[in-house]
Every structure is written in C-alpha cells, then in structure tokens.
Design a protein around this ligand. Structure first.
Ligand code: PMT
Length: 387
C-alpha cells in the first residue's frame, strides 16, 4: 500500500487532521505525520500518533536512536505528501525556498507529489502575496486543494474552511488512480433554465431541470476542480463542495458569468438560456381583456458568445439542443461562438434522466456516446473533453 506523509501546520483546522489520518488508515494507507511546532498547540502529537500508530515528528533536532538522516528518509519514504491544513506561512516558506523546520525541510527535500489543502482566514486567503506564491508553486507542479466556503473560526461565513476530510482523502485516492486531472483548475458551469419575468406570477422558461449541468459540476469536483455553478431555477439541491450561485433570468446569469470569467480556466455552458425576454415587465398582474394579448420580446445576450469574445487562456465548451439537423447546427455554433468543444443533444432530452450526445471538437472530429443516465454521461463528457 502507498505511503502518505501527512504534514500538519498550525491552523485551527489542525484538529481535523485526526480524522484524515483515521480515514487514510481505514483505506489501508501507511501514514506518517510531521507537525509544525504551532500545530502542536492546537492538537497534541499523542492524538495523531495514536491514530497513525507511529511516532509523530515535530523537531528537527530531537534525539533518536536510528541513524537515518530523518528528513531525507521521510522525504524518500513518501509516495505522496499531503499538507492539511496548510497555512499561508507554509506556502510562503516553500515558495521562497525556506526550510527552517522538519515539515518545510522534508517537502523541500522530496520528489514526491505534494498536495496543499489550504485553510485560513478569508482575508489571508485573498492576500495577493499568497495568490502570487500559489501561482509560482503551481508552475513547479505543486497541487492545491482549495478551501470551501463556510463558517470560519474567525466568526464569518466565507471561503477558507479546510475541504471536507472525506473529499481530501478522495483526492489522495484519485491521485493514485490518475483521476485528479482537474486539480488546480477553476471551472465555471451554467445549468438549468432561465426564467424571463412577465409579471409577478408569470414568466417564460423551458423544461431544463439542471440535471445535466449539475452532474457535470459534480464530476469536475471529483476530478479535483474548483467549480462555480451558476444555476437557473431548479429543484436540485446545492452541494456543499460546489459554489452555487442561484439566478433567475438570462441577464442575471450573464452578469454572474462576467464576474467570474477572468478567473477561470474552463467554461461549460449547459444552461438552456432563453434567447428572448419580454420587452416590458409589469409590476402588477396583467389583467385579461377582450381580444389577444401581444407580448413583444427582445433579445437576451448570448452568454456563451459574449464569453468567447473575452476568451484569453480559457477553454470554452458549449451545448447544443436541436430538434433537427443536430450535427450541422452544432458545427455552426461551435464555429460562431469560437468554442473548443460542443456537446450536441436532441431537445427530447430536456428534463430526462438519460441523455445521448455527440461531442464535436474544434477540429470537427465527432465522438458519439451511447444513451445513458446523465450522472454517468457526465464522466464521459468531462473525460473526453477536458482530459
Ligand atoms: O437540464 P436538463 O433537464 O438536464 O437538460 C439538459 C439540456 C438538454 C438542457 C442540455 O443538455 C443542453 O442541451 N443545454 C443547452 C441548451 C441550449 O439552450 O442549447 P442552444 O443550442 O440553444 O444554445 C447553444 C449554447 O449557447 C449552449 O451552450 C447555451 O448554454 C448557450 N447559450 C444560448 C443562448 C443564450 N442566450 N446564451 C447562451 O449562453
């Protein structure tokens, strides 16, 4: 079984490392632990030693009776180094070649893959120095497990919480099955229908349920990505590891996409966005009167097309739903919207649990997938496109 070296640094989430050790051990991994001095103020080495069933290393200069050079032997022993929680301080040291304690020395001396699971106060998380250090370390191949949003020890609800222990362990497992190919990637996904308001009780919409988009979002997270899901009105529940922003209209969806686009690596547009909205909306219920009612519609922005105009490094993936000439229409959209891929499906799959798609890439190659449940299909789509 694989050897996991767990580094525990001095954030309040250090107590969660006990759960991580226990989960890793249950999966059969060999676990050794290095704590920083600060981490020992939060959780005792004895607790982690008991769970790891091995001596926890803290001090570089501790007297021991085995004459290996410990930082070198630990660095060589590890098949993977996981630092959870990782503080701003650890990132700062590694990014600047500082190795002044056992943990930073072992990381610096090891050729094993390193995963930093970040956890800190939100202002520290947004600190431009940290962001620059992370960018630098990513270039050298270090991996980052982004924090979740939630209630922090500093009494605010914000980003900075250590990712759920179960998910951290899943990322470790995925590493060995080579399934972490989206680690460090930020993905923006739109899903569901939009609602275009006519009056307080009426709107124009469509039958999209969001199932396809939510399934893709879930898969991307499982493969290590950080996902922002911009969802039109659906009955689907938020997942705690996906930042979900609820919107109603196409204009609201467009505004949210604009806010996030520059920070992301991949945009996946599964939403069934209304092309038109009522030109005039009424604050009061529209009363019926004699004769017909004519509603003038005006164009909504084509969100995907607008994002393609802002494209720099981002990859763009569109969906295409048609009642006829599916491939031909999808090819047209792929080119017009300057996409990297388009996933084409028939309109009959709106709101269904299953879907059948064709994946068309920029070079016009077409891959046909079998009909299957959207949750399974999502894996094929993400793997074929993004991998
Ligand atoms: O939500 P489900 O019930 O699971 O159903 C899934 C689905 C059938 C809705 C999904 O698989 C799908 O096909 N989504 C795209 C539907 C659609 O609106 O296709 P389109 O051909 O009209 O649009 C082409 C692309 O442009 C899409 O990526 C769409 O998100 C985008 N678009 C369209 C119009 C607009 N105003 N803004 C956009 O961004």
């Amino acid at each position: 079984m694989k050897n996991i070296l767990l580094g525990v640094s001095g954030g309040i989430a250090a107590y969660k490392s006990a759960n991580i050790i226990s989960k890793l051990k249950k999966k059969g991994y060999n676990v050794r632990v290095i704590m920083t001095k600060n981490a020992t103020e939060i959780i005792t080495p004895l607790t982690l030693e008991t769970l790891a069933r091995d001596r926890v290393v803290v001090d570089m200069w501790e007297k021991k009776y085995n004459y290996d050079v410990e930082h070198i032997s630990l660095a060589d022993w590890a098949d993977l180094i996981l630092v959870a929680p990782t503080t701003l301080n650890i990132i700062g040291k590694i990014a600047n070649g500082i190795a002044d304690d056992m943990l930073t020395t072992v990381i610096s001396a090891s050729k094993a893959p390193v995963y930093f699971a970040l956890a800190m106060n939100v202002n520290m998380y947004e600190n431009p120095i940290l962001i620059e250090n992370i960018t630098k370390l990513k270039k050298f191949g270090y991996n980052f497990i982004e924090s979740d949003e939630g209630f922090l020890a500093c009494n605010v609800n914000a980003k900075g919480r250590l990712k759920d222990e179960e998910e951290i362990v899943k990322i470790v497992e995925n590493h060995f099955t080579k399934e972490n190919f989206l680690i460090g990637k930020k993905i923006l996904i739109t899903a569901g229908p939009t609602e275009e308001r006519l009056d307080p009780i009426r709107f124009l919409s469509n039958h999209s349920t969001g199932k396809m988009g939510y399934a893709i979002a879930k898969k991307c997270v499982e493969f290590g990505a950080e996902v922002i899901l911009i969802s039109g009105p659906t009955n689907l529940e938020n997942q705690n590891n996906i930042e979900t922003i609820r919107v109603k209209s196409a204009l609201e969806m467009y505004d949210e996409c604009l806010k996030h686009f520059s920070k992301i690596d991949i945009f996946i547009s599964t939403a069934a966005v209304a092309d038109y909205r009522p030109k005039v909306t009424s604050d009061k219920k529209i009363k019926k009167s004699e004769g017909n009612l004519i509603i003038e519609l005006e164009r909504n922005p084509d969100i995907l097309l607008e994002m393609s105009k802002l494209k720099e490094h981002q990859k763009l993936i569109g969906f295409c739903a048609e009642s006829e000439n599916l491939i031909e229409n999808a090819m047209g959209k792929l080119k017009r919207k300057n996409l990297d891929f388009i996933v084409a499906n028939s309109v009959e799959y709106f709101s269904k649990d299953n879907n059948k798609v064709f994946i068309i890439s920029k070079d016009e190659s077409i891959k046909e997938l079998e009909e299957m449940p959207k949750e399974y299909l999502a894996e094929f789509i993400v793997k074929s496109i993004v991998k």
